[in-house]
Design a binder for this molecule. Structure first.
Ligand code: NAD
Length: 431
């Protein structure tokens, strides 16, 4: 049966969820505190870049099942189910900052009438869902709390919403389970696996999954560095490793270190959770350390190739933390640009969609219309994000446009043989 749903927080997770749930046939109000965001969304304009999102947004606004508002009270009162998908950024000590979530819980508490299911989609430390449940109960609210962590990948978020690998549902009452079955009925029809578990298990599944993937990336990055040192080819190694069904070929692509709004903060939060419960998290702690070292290594590699960084002009292609997104949170490009500026480099930067977000952090950087403008008179090129359009960079044109002949390809995008034939000094990762 179609439900009346409120989704609080319309960022990367909340907006995709709101649009997707409306597409399933539910009536959805997306709530955000940012009036400009709400106005844009009601006009059919996404405030984030995500392939396919605009069409889904406009289609569901037109259906009348989706709208956006800043009025949390009215939205909660009108809904049977309230999803929370506000941010949980890191505190100084690495723990998750739950202030946005707790503010929302307080507002829901004040506007509850009748039975409601509160679904927490934000990534929250183990124990948070139960704490929130108790807060509602001590206030006499007739509420069930469901932990439904999100696994979407930015850049593929629409696809992931409609075709997830699995849905995790921490549910502890039959009544709430029936509601969640109604909500995700469309996904049952395509036989999406569901894991039903308790609240703590659902919360920890999210952290374990992210920590494992972060671990896998860090592993292949370090092996790529070793391959570089000993003359092996990491592509062949990753391919051969991936043929082992126990390993799988996913997440075996070396790069400049992982970034994004999830892995870095979630693994830090996992370490603080381990400390709180006196459980050894040394493996995860080492991933944090190694990932930071990997980003710094890109600057060292470039310095080695150029001899001297001071006064050099560097073309930086790719600012988003990965391709197909405008998200620059914890992007390796931030560390790399910061390091190069500190060394006295001039930077010409380009990204297909993330320049606006990057310019908030580096307002004085030179942002270029396209990759070839960024290459103008550059001594070196560093590729930081695996955008498809950089894969097809016209190397002959690049050679004519650049002043120098150095390429550091941290994503192994370019044809290295061709680059070398043209006289570039080319370095990739682990090749
Ligand atoms: P985001 O920062 O993009 O969006 C959060 C939104 O919440 C913002 O639009 C903000 O204005 C809004 N907000 C904050 N306080 C509010 C309030 N009191 N009332 C209404 N709106 C409020 O965050 P995100 O990337 O969508 O992540 C949300 C959560 O999902 C986080 O816990 C994150 O770890 C988790 N997550 C994110 C991803 C991802 O790829 N981005 C994937 C899986 C899980």
């Amino acid at each position: 049966m179609a439900k009346k749903i409120t989704v609080i927080g319309t960022g990367y997770v909340g907006l995709i969820s709101a649009v997707g749930l409306a597409d399933f046939g539910h009536t959805v109000i997306g709530v955000d505190i940012a009036q400009t965001v709400v106005d844009k969304l009601n006009n059919g304009q996404p405030h984030i870049f995500e392939t396919g999102l605009r069409d889904y947004l406009q289609k569901n606004l037109n259906s009348g099942r989706l709208k956006f508002s800043t009025g949390i009270a009215d939205a909660v009162q009108a809904s049977e189910v309230v999803f929370i998908s506000v941010g949980t950024p890191p505190n100084q000590d690495g723990s998750a900052d739950l202030s946005q979530l707790m503010r929302v819980v307080e507002e829901i508490k004040q506007n509850i009438s009748g039975y409601k299911v509160v679904v927490i989609k934000s990534t929250v430390p183990v124990g948070t869902n139960r704490t929130v449940f108790k807060l509602f109960k001590t206030n006499g609210c007739d509420v069930d709390v469901v932990s439904n962590p999100e696994f979407l990948r930015e850049g593929k978020a629409i696809q992931d919403f409609f075709h997830p690998d699995r849905i995790i549902l921490g549910v502890e009452s039959e009544r709430a389970r029936a509601v969640m079955e109604d909500i995700y009925r469309s996904l049952y029809l395509i036989q999406t696996p569901c894991v039903w578990c308790n609240l703590e298990t659902a919360e920890l599944i999210k952290y374990c999954s992210n920590a494992f993937l972060a671990n896998k990336i860090t592993f292949i990055n370090q092996m790529a560095n070793l391959a570089d040192a000993v003359g092996a080819d990491i592509h062949d190694i990753a391919k051969a490793m991936g043929m082992d069904g126990r390993i799988s070929s996913k997440f075996l692509h070396p790069g400049p270190g992982f970034g994004g709004s999830c892995f870095p903060k979630d693994i830090k939060a996992l370490v603080t959770m381990g400390e709180k419960h006196d459980v050894d998290m040394s493996l995860v702690r080492e991933v944090i350390h190694a990932n930071e070292a990997q980003k710094q290594l890109m600057i060292k590699k470039l310095a080695l190739m150029l001899g001297e960084l001071k006064d050099k002009t560097i073309a930086v292609l790719g600012l988003a933390f990965k391709a197909e997104t405008d998200d620059v949170r914890e992007s390796p490009a931030i560390t790399i640009v910061t390091g190069l500026l500190k060394e006295g480099c001039r930077i010409s930067a380009h990204d297909p969609v993330a320049m606006q977000n990057f310019s908030r952090l580096f307002p004085d950087l030179k942002f270029c219309r396209d990759e070839y403008e960024a290459l103008q008179k550059a001594d070196a090129l560093i590729i930081c994000t695996e955008w498809n359009e950089y894969r097809n960079l016209d190397l002959e044109k690049a050679k004519l446009t650049m002043k120098g002949n150095i390429i550091l390809d941290t994503r192994n995008l370019l044809n290295r043989e061709r680059a070398r034939e043209l006289g570039f000094t080319y370095k990739g990762m682990g090749r």
